[in-house]
Design a protein around this ligand. Structure first.
Ligand code: 3H9
Length: 715
C-alpha cells in the first residue's frame, strides 16, 4: 500500500511512523517506518497510542492495522538489539492490541515476519493478500519469538506447525497461512487496505466482537501437540546441536501446552532475553547485516548495470552445468558452448538430470522443468554467443586454454557484452589481456554445486569498467546469490584463506594431532565438516595437482607437509576412490578412520624427525582459526577484500564457517585482537614464516580497536 499522507494524530516521531485515519467507523492504523516497517521504539509507542485512541473514541467500532510500502511489518528493529531496551516492549504492545475492546483486524501484505507476525497474532482477526510472507524467522538471528509468538502461534495452528515455522525460520505464503490457520481469510484483490476495511465492516455487521488468541482453550490437538513437542526436542538435540535458541523455542512451546497464557508469556520473555544476550545472537545479527552490506560495492552506486537478458556459458562440465542451472532458475535463457556434440550432450544431460531429480522429489513441477529446459540452448560454435549480454567461461583451469577462449569471445560477442571467467585462482587481468576489451572482463567465481551454493565472488581486475562490476552484482541479485567483491590474487579471498587453513591443519597433523581429531574439533566449533573430510569430498587429486603446479614457486623456507601427497601416490583421492583420509566402504559417504592412514602419518613424522605432541581440541581450533584470521587481515590490508565483513561473508557462505559466529573476523573481534596477536606471537616462535603476524592485526591490537572498526559496522 502507498505511504499515506493524512494523519489525525498530533506530531511526534511515533505519530509519523504510525498514522491513524478514520474510515467511517473503522480506525485504520498504518505502520509507516521504511524500509520494512520494523517495530522500533516509535512504532511501538505509536501502536499503543493508536489502540488507546481506538478504545477512547466511541466513533470507532473496529480497527485495521496495515503496513505502508511493500510490507506489513518485518519484525522487531534488529538494530536495537544489544542496546538498552526502551519501553513499551513489544510483548506489552501485543498485549495492548489483544486487549482492545473493539475488534482488531491485521491486514497483511508483503512480509509479516517475527514481531510483525506477532502483532498480527495479537490482533483478533487476520486477512492476507497474495504475495504475503508470514513467518517467525527469529531462529536465524539466534533468537526466538519474544512477543507472544511461542504462546499464540501454537494456540492458533497447533504445536507441530508452530514448531516447524519457528525452528526452520521459513516463510509461509498466503495460501499456506490460510491452510494452517495463521490467517482467517485471503483477500480477493491485492488492495490490502480495501480488503482489511471490508473484513472489518463485515465483522461489525455481524457483531463478531473481539477474539483474543490468549483465550483459546488449550492447543488445537493436545495429544498431537505433545508428541510434536517431544519429537522436536529430540530432533533439536541432534540436528540443531550447538545452536542456542532452538531448544529454548521448544521449551517455550512446551509451556504453551502446560502453562496458563500469562505464565507461558513470562517464560517466553525470560528465554528470549537469554537468547538476546547470547554471542550467537550477536554473530547472527552481524551476519544478517554483513550479507546486505557486502552487496554494496562502491561500483554499485557509482554505475548502472548493463542490460542482462541472456547468458552464454562456455564449458558444460560440473561447473558449467551448475552455473547453467543457477541461471535458468533465475528465469534467464542460457546458451552453452562445448567443443563437440558429445560434450554438449553431457552438459545438457547434467542439467536435465538435476531437474528430473527435483521433479521426482516433488520439489519442482514437470511444467517448470519443461520451461527451464526450453530456455536452454547449446552449440558447438562460439558464433551462437553473438548476441548474449553476458558470457561465463567455465573451462579447464589453465591459463593458455582460458586465453584461447577469451580470444574467441572477443571475436564473436557484441560490443558491450560482459565477459566473465569462473577461474578460482588465475590472474584475470592476464586473461583480460587476451581480448581487445579488458574493461569488459571480470571474474565470477561460483562455488560447487553452483546452483546450490549461495556465494559468488565478484573478482575485480584493475582494468574492468565500473558498470561491468555493477552488472555482476545485479546478476548475483537476480540469481539470489550473496555477492562479495574480491580483488585479484592467487585464490582471491576464499581459496587464499582455505590454503592457510589447510596448511595449519597439516602442520598440526604432522606435529601430533590425528586428522580425525582435527576434523572433530572443527566440527565441534561449528563447521559442517572438518578439513580432511572436505579434501575427501572434493577429491585429493585436485589439491595434489595444485601443489605440484606451485612446487616451483613455493618459498624454499616454507615448511611443506607431504602426508597428503603420500595418500595421493597410492591413488587414495577420497570418496570417489573409496579411500582418502577416511575409508569409504561401498556406497557409504561418511568415512571411517583408517589405521593405515595413521601409520602413514606416523611414518612421515619419523622421516622428518618429529616427536608427536598432543593438542587439545581448543588448541586445534585456535591454530586453524588464527591462521585464517591472520591471512584475512593481510587480504584486507592489501585491498583484496574491501572490508573485514567481506571476508566473513565469503567464509560463511562458501566455506562452511559457522554463521552463528559471524565469520572469522567477527570471531576474532569477539576474542579480542590483543589475544589473537598473543597467540600469533606464541606460534611465531615455532615457525616465524607461516605465523608472521599481519601488520594490520599488530596495528589494530596496539590501538585497542577491532576489525569491525574498519567496516563502519553497525551490528
Ligand atoms: C524479532 O522480530 C523479535 C521478536 O520476536 C521479539 C522482540 C521482542 N530491522 O533484506 P532487505 C533492513 S526479530 C531493521 O535488503 P528485501 C535491511 O538491513 C526480527 N532493519 O530487503 C536493509 O537495510 P539497508 C524478525 C531491517 O526486500 C533493508 O531493511 N524478522 C529489518 O530483500 C531492506 O532489507 C526478521 O528476521 C529489521 N527487522 O527483504 C526479518 N529487516 O537497505 C528480517 C530488514 O540499509 N528481514 N531490515 O541495507 C528480512 O527477512 C528481509 O529484510 C525482508 C525484506 C524479507 C523483510
Amino acid at each position: 500500500m502507498n505511504h499515506p499522507t493524512a494523519s489525525a494524530s498530533p506530531a511526534s516521531p511515533a505519530s509519523f511512523m504510525v498514522t491513524r485515519q478514520l474510515h467511517g467507523d473503522v480506525l485504520v492504523v498504518v505502520v509507516d517506518n521504511p524500509p520494512v516497517n520494523a517495530l522500533g521504539i516509535d512504532v511501538r509507542r505509536g501502536l499503543v497510542e493508536a489502540l488507546d485512541a481506538a478504545d477512547a473514541d466511541t466513533a470507532v467500532a473496529a480497527v485495521v492495522i496495515v503496513g505502508a510500502g511493500r510490507n506489513f511489518i518485518a519484525g522487531a528493529d534488529i538494530r536495537e538489539f544489544g542496546k538498552p531496551p526502551q519501553p513499551p516492549h513489544l510483548p506489552a504492545v501485543c498485549n495492548r492490541i489483544e486487549a482492545c475492546a473493539k475488534p482488531v483486524v491485521a491486514a497483511i501484505h508483503g512480509a509479516a515476519l517475527g514481531g510483525g507476525l506477532e502483532v498480527a497474532l495479537a490482533a483478533h482477526y487476520r486477512i492476507a493478500v497474495a504475495g504475503a510472507k508470514l513467518g517467525l524467522p527469529e531462529v536465524k538471528l539466534g533468537l526466538m519469538p519474544g512477543a507472544g509468538g511461542t504462546q499464540r502461534a501454537p494456540r492458533l495452528i497447533g504445536a507441530a506447525a508452530a514448531l516447524d515455522l519457528m525452528l526452520s525460520g521459513r516463510h509461509a505464503g498466503a495460501d499456506e497461512a490460510l491452510a494452517l490457520g495463521l490467517v482467517d481469510r485471503l483477500g480477493k484483490t491485492g488492495d490490502v487496505l480495501a480488503e482489511g476495511l471490508a473484513y472489518a465492516r463485515e465483522l461489525i455487521a455481524e457483531r463478531a466482537g473481539v477474539r483474543p488468541t490468549r483465550s483459546a482453550r488449550g492447543l488445537p490437538d493436545e495429544t498431537a501437540s505433545r508428541a510434536a513437542i517431544e519429537a522436536a526436542r529430540k530432533q533439536t538435540a541432534t540436528r540443531l546441536r550447538g545452536l542456542f535458541s532452538p531448544m529454548k523455542i521448544v521449551d517455550a512451546v512446551h509451556a504453551a501446552l502446560d502453562l496458563p497464557f500469562d505464565e507461558g508469556l513470562a517464560l517466553e520473555r525470560e528465554l528470549f532475553l537469554e537468547c538476546l544476550d547470547s554471542p550467537q545472537r550477536a554473530g547472527l545479527v552481524y551476519a544478517f547485516f554483513a550479507e546486505r552490506e557486502a552487496a554494496k560495492a562502491p561500483e554499485t552506486s557509482a554505475a548502472k548495470p548493463r542490460a542482462l537478458a541472456s547468458v552464454g556459458i562456455v564449458g558444460g562440465g560440473t561447473m558449467g552445468a551448475g552455473i547453467a542451472l543457477a541461471v535458468l532458475d533465475a528465469g534467464l535463457p542460457v546458451t552453452m558452448i562445448e567443443r563437440d556434440e558429445a560434450a554438449l550432450g553431457r552438459g545438457r544431460a547434467h542439467v536435465a538430470r538435476v531437474y528430473d531429480s527435483l521433479v521426482d522429489k516433488g520439489r519442482l513441477d514437470a511444467r517448470d522443468k519443461a520451461n527451464a529446459m526450453a530456455r536452454f540452448a547449446g552449440s558447438t560454435s562460439y558464433d551462437a554467443l553473438a548476441n548474449v549480454d553476458l558470457v561465463i567461461e567455465a573451462v579447464f583451469e589453465d591459463m593458455a586454454v582460458k586465453k584461447a577462449v577469451f580470444a574467441e569471445l572477443d571475436r564473436v560477442t557484441k560490443p558491450g557484452a560482459v565477459l566473465a571467467t569462473n577461474t578460482s585462482y588465475l590472474d584475470i587481468d592476464e586473461i583480460a589481456g587476451a581480448t581487445a576489451r579488458p574493461s569488459d572482463v571480470i571474474g565470477l567465481h561460483f562455488f560447487s554445486p553452483a546452483n546450490v551454493m549461495k556465494l559468488l565472488e565478484v573478482v575485480v581486475p584493475p582494468r574492468v569498467a565500473a558498470d561491468v562490476v555493477a552488472t555482476a552484482f545485479e546478476f548475483a541479485r537476480r540469481l539470489s546469490k550473496i555477492a562479495v567483491r574480491a580483488g585479484v590474487c592467487d585464490g582471491f579471498i576464499g581459496n587464499r584463506l582455505l590454503a592457510v587453513y589447510r596448511t595449519a591443519a597439516d602442520y598440526l597433523m604432522e606435529d601430533g594431532a590425528s586428522p580425525y581429531q582435527i576434523d572433530r574439533a572443527m566440527r565441534e566449533f561449528g563447521y559442517p565438516m572438518g578439513p580432511y573430510q572436505v579434501v575427501d569430498l572434493a577429491g585429493g587429486d585436485i589439491g595434489w595437482a595444485a601443489r605440484k603446479r606451485r612446487a616451483s614457486t613455493r618459498d624454499p623456507r616454507a615448511r611443506y607437509v607431504e602426508i597428503a601427497d603420500r595418500l595421493c601416490e597410492r591413488g587414495w583421492f577420497g570418496q570417489k576412490t573409496g579411500r582418502g583420509f577416511y575409508r569409504y566402504p561401498e556406497g557409504v559417504r561418511t568415512g571411517a578412520p583408517d589405521p593405515e592412514v595413521e601409520a602413514i602419518v606416523d611414518e612421515e613424522r619419523k622421516r622428518r624427525g618429529i616427536v608427536p605432541r598432543s593438542f587439545s581440541d581448543d588448541e586445534i581450533v585456535t591454530r586453524l582459526i588464527t591462521a585464517i584470521v591472520n591471512e584475512a587481515a593481510n587480504v584486507v590490508r592489501e585491498g583484496i577484500a574491501l572490508r573485514p565483513l567481506d571476508v566473513d561473508v565469503t567464509l560463511v557462505h562458501g566455506y562452511g564457517f559457522p554463521r552463528h559466529r559471524g565469520g572469522p573476523m567477527k570471531y576474532a573481534d569477539t576474542i579480542g585482537l590483543a589475544n589473537v596477536l598473543a597467540d600469533l606471537r606464541r606460534f611465531e616462535k615455532e615457525d616465524p614464516l607461516f605465523w608472521k603476524p599481519s601488520p594490520l592485526i599488530v596495528e589494530l591490537a596496539e590501538r585497542g580497536t577491532s576489525f569491525s572498526s574498519l567496516d563502519g559496522a553497525r551490528a
